[in-house]
Design a protein around this ligand. Structure first.
Ligand code: GYE
Length: 336
């Protein structure tokens, strides 16, 4: 771990002896990152964010493990970081529960754990969490749908959901938030099956939906953009039209670049952002811990709700007015 004295000595050495290499090996901060997998554009951006911030040039030694959506492999990865005696462990938990034992092992080893993105719901033995409010995302999608359907004069909503990986906090929050709104307004929730946050999963579920619910649905909610890409392929093949003015209102989450391109193209009706660029905030947490202070336990990412002008409507979440962002080429250009 980088110690203040080491830093000062290194700085002095740099001034006095510029020709000497000053980066002693104990200056390097070792970080183990147990990543969920590589299932989506969101995930690719999250991985890149961590690799960019925790780079060798920035003074880090990053052990990165892609856990390929396998909970057991993820716990193994964390235990291997304990074996390596890394300075910090970052976990993006595949599922929200079952963590207390391994977090206790981290605590016993004296290694601070920083949780990113998805939450751990059955243990608080970690230093900090940096991520998104998935419940808010679900509520936003629901309340937007209410305001949009009202504006369009659509009074019957028959909804199919393609959910994310079952038991992940992203899935739980988005489902709970959206379904709470659906119950409040008495919408017809026809079905909810998992597409595991992948394009192939989204396509497969939508192919089945197109057969089982032919002519019976007018809303499809995909819990991430990659599922929406797959769902669109399935609807194209089944002759179902989607997007503003068509058979189906298509709602998505993440708002990655390709997702926003589909909003701009009039395919996705509204896209609710989830921001994957958490690593700079994680670095702040590490610096706070290294300086001997206690970090904020929860840090929330800032997120936007995206649509084209005709789909931008006023709505509130628990009495709080929400702003929507128009998708333009500049917005797409700047997105992850
Ligand atoms: O929405 C999805 C990814 O955990 C918020 O996981 C993340 C989700 C994201 O695979 O695209």
């Amino acid at each position: 771990m980088r110690k203040l004295t080491t830093v000062l000595v290194a700085a002095m050495a740099a001034t006095l002896l510029p020709a000497m290499a000053v980066a002693a090996s104990d200056d390097v901060i070792s970080v183990g990152f147990a990543q969920v997998g590589h299932e989506s554009d969101w995930r690719t951006a999250s991985t890149k964010s961590c690799q960019d911030v925790f780079s060798t040039e920035n003074g880090y030694d990053l052990s990165f493990v892609d856990c390929d959506n396998d909970e057991a492999a993820q716990k193994e990865a964390v235990r291997s970081f304990i074996e390596q005696d890394v300075d910090y462990i970052i976990i993006d938990p595949i599922i929200a529960t079952g963590w207390d034992t391994v977090l206790t092992e981290c605590e016993d080893a004296g290694i601070p754990v920083i949780v990113i993105d998805r939450t751990i719901d059955d243990s608080d033995k970690y230093a900090a969490w940096v991520g998104s409010n998935f419940m808010t995302e679900g509520l936003a999608a629901g309340e937007w749908l209410k305001a949009y359907a009202d504006a369009q004069g659509i009074d019957e909503l028959n909804i199919l959901t393609i959910s994310g990986s079952t038991g992940s906090s992203a899935q739980i929050g988005r489902s709970d938030g959206f379904n709470e709104v659906a119950e409040k307004y008495g919408w017809n929730l026809l079905d909810e099956q998992t597409g595991d946050f992948t394009e192939a999963g989204g396509q497969e579920v939508m192919e089945n939906y197109c057969k089982s619910y032919e002519g019976q649905f007018n809303v499809v909610v995909c819990q991430n953009d990659n599922e929406a890409f797959g769902a669109m392929t399935a609807m194209d093949n089944a002759g179902v039209t989607y997007g503003p003015g068509n058979d189906v209102i298509l709602i998505s989450y993440d708002a990655c670049t390709a997702g926003l391109e589909d909003v701009k193209a009039g395919k996705i009706s509204a896209d609710f952002e989830c921001n994957p660029l958490a690593a700079p905030f994680v670095e702040e947490v590490i610096k706070t811990i290294a300086s001997g202070e206690e970090p904020e336990k929860e840090v929330y990412m800032v997120e936007h709700w995206y649509a084209l002008p005709d789909q931008i409507v006023d709505f509130e979440i628990n009495g709080e007015p929400q702003e929507m962002t128009e998708v333009t080429d500049e917005v797409i250009e700047a997105q992850y």
